[in-house]
Write a protein that binds this ligand. Structure first.
Ligand code: C5P
Length: 229
């Protein structure tokens, strides 16, 4: 079992399954986000599960506790492995989600979206924000207390969070770029080796693998780098 999750950031079910075919047996963990989910995600999720792939359903739930709990039940029944929900939905929402999960489903809290800055947060929450990082940690901790299994975090902040939150909490990091590869539209990137050393359990790595001339060779190179870390 490897710790690389490949996002299926493609617009159709057939594109998604073609990519999975191209990557072969070694790649066994895929992320399905909003775009693909809305275009036929259920079919993709079912197909991935039937091929014994692990699935990270990244649909960032945020609703009243009962509604989120029912969605978590549905994701558990589908056989999903990781599911995201917004920690800002509150402790009762997260606790209801934690209570409703079954099978091997693990719940990840989204703390502060990387697109947010202090001013935007202050306008949404109606108070001055002195540190985005402290707010992210505060929300991560609320999630932990409510029974979530982990969070999504930048690889650069992972080591700070890992130290503060302890070992038994999953940290999943996007924004990973092997040395020498393009950072695309990501601002603050880390290499696979840095992410693992910083305490990440799973690494979401998209374009460096999916847009490579030979995606399975790019994937194998990333695995090798992680092994060495
Ligand atoms: O291609 P790339 O490696 O940049 O893909 C990263 C994936 O992780 C994308 O699906 C993106 O939406 C997701 N993600 C991210 N940054 C976050 C949260 C999710 O890049 N803060």
């Amino acid at each position: 079992m490897n710790r690389v999750i490949i996002p299926l950031d493609v617009p159709s079910v057939s594109d998604a399954l073609a990519l999975v075919d191209r990557l072969g047996d070694e790649a066994d963990f895929y992320k399905v986000g909003f775009e693909l989910y809305t275009r036929g995600g259920l079919e993709v999720v079912r197909e991935l599960v039937s091929r014994d792939k692990r699935v990270f359903l990244d649909i960032k739930l945020h609703d009243i506790p009962n509604t989120v709990a029912r969605a978590v039940e549905a994701a558990s029944d589908l056989g999903v492995d990781l599911l995201t929900l917004h920690a800002s939905g509150g402790q009762r929402m997260m606790a209801a989600a934690a209570e409703a999960r079954s099978g091997h489903l693990k719940l990840l809290g989204v703390t502060v979206l990387t697109s947010m800055n202090k001013d935007e947060m202050a306008s949404v929450w109606g108070r001055k924000i002195s540190s985005v990082r402290d707010e992210a940690f505060r929300l991560a901790n609320l999630g932990k207390e409510a029974g979530l299994d982990g969070i999504v975090s930048s690889a650069l902040e992972a080591s700070w969070i890992r130290q503060k939150i302890g070992p038994s909490f999953l940290i999943v990091t996007p924004g990973i770029r092997p040395a020498g590869s393009s950072s695309d539209d990501q601002n603050r990137v880390a290499t696979p080796r840095e992410a693992v050393r910083n305490g990440a359990d799973f690494l979401v790595i998209g374009r460096p693998i999916t847009k490579a001339d030979d995606p399975s060779a790019a994937f194998a190179a990333v695995l090798k780098e992680i092994e060495k870390a």
